[in-house]
Design a protein around this ligand. Structure first.
Ligand SMILES: CC(C)(COP(=O)(O)OP(=O)(O)OC[C@H]1O[C@@H](n2cnc3c(N)ncnc32)[C@H](O)[C@@H]1OP(=O)(O)O)[C@@H](O)C(=O)NCCC(=O)NCCS
Length: 184
């Protein structure tokens, strides 16, 4: 089955908490840089400002989130965090989320994409290098950077089109598979 990348919104908060809660302890540490509790995850998701940040997800067959990319903003730099549930790894899902986030960041006029991870995260070291990012490691931490070009009119148009599709799919998702207390 084709797995589409969707831009998520506030109606997806409960699904996001469930996604992060399904990461094992070590994966949570790799994703957030420290051991985090389920309460932390709920606070983290509750604190996402969907008017400033962009969150992309890939759904499984029961509308559960199997892969998530959270793109925040620090000045003109887009910061990306990625997570894919263990049974769905090495299928290229993180790479597809990365490509979508890079497209969005370029269309938004961000000058660079940045991913921070612990340097022992060998999967991310390989992932970022293979995607052409410049990786610097220091004192157990790693930073991967990619300079972003100016968006062409075609890139902006494609991104706008994708955003409109995402808006429609988000409404449809809310109607078809509402999460408790969050029906549209
Ligand atoms: C890192 C992570 C996001 C990768 O997700 P994924 O969907 O399995 O990654 P992809 O399938 O898109 O992999 C793309 C490339 O990254 C590299 N890669 C991914 N996982 C790897 C692993 N376990 N070991 C070595 N290389 C790996 C490979 O080069 C891979 O290409 P290939 O499969 O053709 O060899 C996932 O393992 C994860 O969620 N880990 C826990 C959280 C985390 O570490 N987040 C990153 C910190 S922000």
């Amino acid at each position: 089955m084709a797995r589409l990348v969707h831009e998520l919104g506030s109606l997806d908060r409960a699904r996001l908490v469930t996604h992060f809660a399904h990461l094992g302890a070590e994966d949570r540490r790799l994703r957030f840089g420290l051991a985090v509790s389920t309460e932390f995850l709920a606070d983290y998701v509750g604190g996402i400002d969907f008017t400033r940040d962009h969150v992309f997800g890939i759904f499984g067959d029961a509308f559960e989130l199997i892969a998530v990319a959270h793109m925040g903003r620090s000045g003109d730099v887009a910061e990306l965090g990625l997570s894919v549930l263990e049974p769905y790894r090495r299928e290229g899902l993180a790479k597809r989320l990365y490509v979508r986030a890079r497209q969005r960041a370029t269309a938004l006029g961000r000058r660079a994409l940045w991913i921070h991870f612990v340097s022992e995260n060998h999967a991310m070291a390989r992932f970022t290098r293979e995607l052409g990012m410049e990786v610097k490691m220091s004192q157990g931490e790693a930073d991967a950077h990619l300079a972003l070009p100016d968006a062409s009119p075609l890139q902006r148009g494609l991104d706008l089109y994708q955003c409109q599709i995402d808006g429609l799919l988000g409404t449809w998702r809310g109607l078809l598979a509402p999460v408790d207390g969050q029906a549209a």
